[in-house]
Ligand binder design. Structure first.
Ligand SMILES: NC(=O)c1ccc[n+]([C@@H]2O[C@H](COP(=O)([O-])OP(=O)(O)OC[C@H]3O[C@@H](n4cnc5c(N)ncnc54)[C@H](OP(=O)(O)O)[C@@H]3O)[C@@H](O)[C@H]2O)c1
Length: 295
């Protein structure tokens, strides 16, 4: 397989990590990556998107762009649906008409969090908030327009780029004398680097279409994740003193959007793909913390 890959959302944390991995990976010179940020590929500008697609003629469209402000979506649902659903539909239709593949990134927030075992890709979706509902609508419209699309749902994404829980925790651990963190929501943190490796395999190998789940293999609460962040931050010198961390309940820390209480997803279908290796959440966290320490 060869061809041109068009990546959207190139300046997001996943987009940057994908470009970084692409540059480091040895691959057939016949593959070409065109990475576009919002200025060149705006998901609220349908005509602009179609013009860019006609100009670039991608063989694979990798959509890493999204409206990701989970709480902001509660009051700006029009933009959330425009970016996460209508734009996905536009891209999917173009791919269908031009025999291009599409790989799309989605979220654990399509689930209601009432499960007690890791979610399978075919588990019924029931989002709790506007963001999750807009992402589910994007999945639905993508599969209607392009049944051979590939969807990768992921959770609790973090990296050395952009805004995320790991960077927020490190900052608060430096600024505060103690910190309370929610302990009754469980999920699986995912480094954008391990996700980028999976996406690279999906792009360059012959992989069956369908819905995949990806994370770094943990089943922990935000509080346990924060404890690991502090431990590793101290070990690599990013933090200089340990502060007390306190478990909170969701009721102690109200947010505009309701989060799923449990959002661990079963990644075994992705692990069955040729060339895909299991990532380990503590190893992945260490890698990002080391990258932050070097900045
Ligand atoms: N973050 C998480 O915890 C998480 C969890 C599960 C799933 N996901 C999914 O993973 C994917 C990647 O997320 P991420 O964490 O990398 O998000 P991110 O850092 O917020 O990046 C999203 C990117 O989308 C771009 N974007 C937003 N609106 C746009 C528009 N109208 N036109 C073009 N680009 C636009 C942003 O552009 P600007 O840089 O210009 O703002 C940004 O570069 C998304 O599909 C997200 O839903 C994320």
């Amino acid at each position: 397989m060869t061809g041109r890959v068009l990546l959207t959302g190139a300046s997001g944390q996943l987009g940057q990590s994908f470009c970084q991995f692409w540059d480091s990976a040895e691959q057939d010179q016949a593959w070409q990556l065109v990475a576009l940020g919002r200025d060149e590929f705006d998901l609220t500008d349908e005509q602009g998107m179609l013009t860019a697609l006609e100009t670039r003629q991608p063989d694979i469209l990798l959509n890493a762009a999204a409206y990701t402000a989970v709480d902001g979506a509660e009051t700006d649902s029009a933009t959330a649906f425009q970016v996460n659903a209508s734009a996905v539909d536009t891209m999917a239709r173009w791919c269908q008409q031009h025999a291009a593949r599409m790989i799309h990134v989605s979220t654990d927030f399509v689930f209601d969090g009432k499960a007690t075992r890791p979610y399978q890709p075919e588990h019924a979706t029931a989002p709790l908030g506007v963001y999750g509902t807009s992402k589910r609508e994007g999945e639905k419209r993508l599969l209607e327009a392009l049944p051979a699309a590939t969807i990768v749902r992921t959770s609790w994404l973090y990296s050395e780029y952009g805004h995320n829980f790991v960077k927020t925790m490190l900052r608060l651990m430096r600024e505060k004398d103690s910190l309370g963190i929610v302990d009754d929501q469980r999920g699986s943190p995912t480094s954008t680097h391990s996700l980028a490796r999976l996406l690279h395999t999906l792009v360059t190998e012959e992989c069956p279409a369908g819905i995949y789940h990806w994370n770094d293999g943990a089943d922990i609460s935000w509080y346990a994740f924060a404890q690991a962040i502090q431990r590793q931050g101290l070990a690599c010198g990013l933090l200089h003193k340990a502060i007390p961390l306190h478990p909170l309940t969701t009721a102690d820390y109200p947010t505009p959007a309701t989060r799923p209480a449990y959002s661990v997803m079963d990644r075994s279908k992705a692990l069955d793909l040729k060339g895909v290796e299991a990532s380990n959440w503590e190893v992945e966290l260490r890698r990002v913390i080391d990258a932050l320490a070097m900045n």
